[in-house]
Design a protein around this ligand. Structure first.
Ligand code: TYM
Length: 321
């Protein structure tokens, strides 16, 4: 089984990226052949400064390795090191109805926020489909916000197979976890850079903890029970705590006697401790950046080998060869 996922190097990774995609991806390394990549072409839809794009790309590489991506088991590469993806995106775009892209929430959300509706943003799901289909991927671990893009991918693979013969492309399955498909941000909405409500994966200690201390709470007095339903503290705490600690946190809400400040402090501690081993690995990787670069170089070679096989098959099927 081939497993594939990608993340955009568009700024600092957050806790939503970790639980929605990175942690499942790391776990799946044992289940099959993993292909994980840095979606730097996609990030160009939001990052315009070339040095920022380079820096974010390297940072993402370090962060994913720190979180347990094992280059002995997974092929880890930059999207742009396999330019064949653009060719497949073109081929897919020739069977892609405009209406399919017009329906995509991410495009509609972004343009509604005032981001200029350029072609890259519009065609984003076609390139994403090419990312997935170029490697004959079977399983794609992602957060729920990517569900529609996976549907577009399956649709496009189906259209190619219908037009050019079954087996031209492999139709992939999404893997979206129920419990961490949507990680809430500090304000209760989906955690997202564009909502400005993120908790960084590897932020500095004081500012990160401060973000938690600023979570909005109601004016329930210290001694009174706090509402469990709608608590912004509990769903985040659950990510970082074992079951006993989580039950204890619920009790502290229900019994009263514990102020919101204390509850948030517990959340901040749990968050900080949870990522400590990864933070240490990250510091080691930063000291050994040549290793990170060589992982990406080896990954590019491996990924391109696989991509060449698939693009050759597609070229023949469609009549380019
Ligand atoms: P990106 O870079 O926005 O996010 C990376 C991954 O993190 C997940 N995620 C979340 N999961 C749960 N709760 C949240 N609050 C949350 N926020 C983000 C995303 O669902 C994603 O899995 N289009 C993709 C990148 C991409 C890709 C691909 C992914 C390009 N090509 C091919 C898979 C396969 C994106 O923008 O992810």
């Amino acid at each position: 089984m081939r497993i594939l996922t990608g993340l955009q190097p568009s700024g600092k990774l957050h806790v939503g990226n970790y639980f929605g995609a990175m942690e499942p991806a790391v776990k799946l390394q044992d289940e099959g052949e993993a292909f994980y990549f840095i979606a730097n072409y996609h990030a160009m839809t939001s990052v315009r400064n070339p040095q920022d794009l380079r820096d974010y790309t390297r940072e993402l590489a370090v962060d994913f390795l720190a979180c347990g991506l094992d280059p002995e088991r997974a092929v880890f590469f930059r999207q742009s090191d396999v330019p064949e993806v653009n060719e497949l995106a073109w081929i897919l775009s020739t069977v892609c109805p405009m209406s399919l892209l017009e329906k995509c929430h991410s495009y509609k959300d972004k343009t509604a926020k005032g981001i200029s509706p350029n072609h890259g943003l519009f065609a984003y799901p076609v390139l994403m489909a090419a990312d997935i289909l170029l490697y004959d991927s079977n399983l794609v671990p992602v957060g729920k916000d990517q569900k529609q893009h996976l549907e577009v991918t399956r649709d496009l693979a189906g259209k190619i197979n219908e037009a050019y013969g079954e087996g031209t492309l492999v139709v992939p399955e999404p893997m979206i976890r129920d419990e961490s498909g949507v990680i809430p941000g500090l304000d209760g909405q989906k955690m997202s850079k564009s909502y400005n409500n993120t908790l960084p994966l590897f932020g500095d200690e004081k500012p990160s903890k401060k973000l938690i201390m600023r979570i909005k709470t109601d004016s329930t007095p210290v001694e009174d029970p706090k509402p469990v339903e709608g608590s912004l503290i509990l769903p985040l705490f659950r990510l970082f705590a074992d079951d006993a600690a989580y039950q204890d946190m619920i009790r502290s809400h229900e019994e009263g006697g514990c102020g919101y400040g204390d509850l948030k402090k517990r959340l901040a501690e749990a968050y900080w401790e949870y990522f400590e081993p990864m933070r240490q690995r990250r510091a080691e990787l930063i000291d050994n950046i040549d290793h990170v670069d060589s992982v990406l170089a080896a990954g590019a070679t491996r990924a391109r080998e696989e991509a060449t096989k698939v693009i050759d098959r597609v070229r023949k099927a469609v009549g380019l060869k």
